[in-house]
Design a protein. Structure first.
Length: 452
């Protein structure tokens, strides 16, 4: 790989997971697919959390949510610790001009994130969220970037974070969450639902409507890549397309099962990254910050918990991850779960009395959420173990299976060691917001690992 200093454009969206044509889904996404065909696609890229702010905070800092402090949604009052350093701040130190376009959802005050220029709304207050959603629609963010490149009002090298609202559920009158006259839905009869969802009419209908949002994302990516070409800077710009967690359906968003933590990651750097490469190694979204610093030949601070995967792109020796970790603590409710995933197994540990499947409010109140609410019936086991090769959709819990006890013990120990190393607050009991003053007595028998 060249030692030149590229411009960096990171395009990211809501609640999309890997629901893209280039990842094998039954949807046409030609502009995103084109980036994958001329760059590198990571088949096994996962988020640290199955929810927006905690996952995005990890991508911004290279650190786990319970380490950087952002263990819940930013507009609900959770925030990064005061001493956290973000990707734009790191890049500012490297001489980059840093810009924020569209959505961020990491901080209530975007000035906290260290960008030189902010081209978007400045608040996550619930009172202005409808306006923010409109401004951050994919077509509007793409149009702003197109004008920005046409104006030439930037200095190289630049870093641009371009975030869009899609495919987050809206709140239309019919309650489906995706229907909006500005999006063109696909035909429900042509939809092939993912294997973790039942093939029911309501599932097909809502997926078809979600397709309309994803088409808008793909159109925006096309607008932006053409604008880079028109400005004559496409050859010197690293384009990163990524997502923060799985789609807004049961067993995905809000869940540490694979459909919840799966995330797209595609990188294009013309004439530098070989085209059409597909990497199968395990990658976590905390790995992006150290990889970009490594690309710029900058030292990687010890506080960063991710590991660079640059050598995957350069053909040099790469020491692959043996495992990655995921977590959720707070979303609409207290949902404390920790998970470890290897290439073969997934082990999950719950630290509270939880429903069998947690469904976030935006999904629960939708038509598909109401139809599939029975998924929540019953209590979730405190420990779960899945053989991902034999059971890729995590349907059969093997935690008590005699043949898998050695795996259970090994992964349980690894998870506990990680929690100890990262000083996970769950080791000391339930974690509640500072202003939360109502802990029900019957819930005080919380479940935890004992500290060593």
């Amino acid at each position: 790989m060249s030692n030149s200093t590229p411009n960096i454009l990171m395009f990211h969206c809501h609640d999309l997971g890997r629901y893209l044509g280039c990842y094998g889904r039954d949807i046409e996404t030609p502009n995103i697919d084109a980036i994958a065909e001329s760059g590198v696609l990571f088949e096994n890229h996962y988020a640290t959390a199955p929810q927006c702010s905690p996952s995005r905070g990890s991508r911004m800092t290279g650190r786990y949510p319970h380490v950087n402090g952002l263990i819940g949604l930013a507009h609900d009052g959770w925030m990064l610790n005061a001493d956290e350093v973000t990707l734009p701040a790191y890049l500012n130190r490297c001489g980059y001009e840093t810009h924020l376009f569209g959505l961020q959802h990491v901080a209530d005050d975007p000035d906290r994130l260290g960008f030189d220029r902010i081209h978007s709304g400045r608040s996550l207050s619930p009172a202005v969220l409808p306006t923010i959603q409109k401004v951050n629609r994919a077509r509007n963010v793409a149009a702003s970037l197109e004008s920005f490149f046409e104006s030439g009002a930037f200095d190289a090298p630049f870093f641009i974070s371009a975030g869009v609202f899609e495919a987050h559920r809206l709140k239309p009158a019919d309650g489906s969450g995706f229907d909006d006259p500005s999006y063109v839905s696909d035909d429900p009869d042509t939809i092939d639902p993912p294997a973790f969802l039942p093939d029911e009419p309501v599932v097909r209908k809502e997926l078809a409507a979600m397709h309309g949002m994803i088409h808008a994302v793909d159109d925006a990516v096309g607008t932006i890549t053409r604008a880079l070409e028109a400005a004559g800077i496409d050859e010197e710009t690293l384009v990163v397309f990524t997502t923060e967690h799985g789609i807004a359906f049961p067993r995905a968003k809000g869940s540490c099962y694979d459909p919840g933590i799966e995330a797209a990651l595609i990188m294009q750097y013309p004439s530098v990254i070989d085209g059409g490469v597909r990497c199968e190694e395990l990658i976590s979204n905390i790995d992006l910050v150290p990889t970009l610093l490594d690309l710029l030949e900058e030292p990687i601070p010890e506080r960063i918990e991710g590991q660079s995967f640059l050598s995957l792109l350069t053909g040099k020796t790469y020491h692959p991850r043996e495992q990655l970790f995921a977590e959720i603590t707070w979303h609409d409710h207290y949902v404390p779960v920790r998970a470890i995933r290897t290439s073969e197994y997934k082990y999950l540990r719950s630290f509270w009395h939880l429903p069998r499947v947690y469904i976030p409010n935006d999904v629960y109140t939708s038509a598909v959420g109401r139809e599939l609410h029975d998924l929540q019936s019953g209590q979730r086991p405190y420990e779960e173990l899945y053989d991902l090769n034999a059971d890729p959709h995590e349907q059969t819990n093997l935690i008590d299976h005699p043949e898998y006890q050695h795996v259970r013990i090994q992964l349980r120990e690894r998870l506990g060691h990680w929690m100890e190393q990262t000083d996970d607050p769950l080791l000391d009991g339930p974690v509640f917001p500072a202003d939360y003053d109502e802990i029900l007595p019957e819930h005080t028998d919380w479940v935890c690992f004992a500290r060593a």
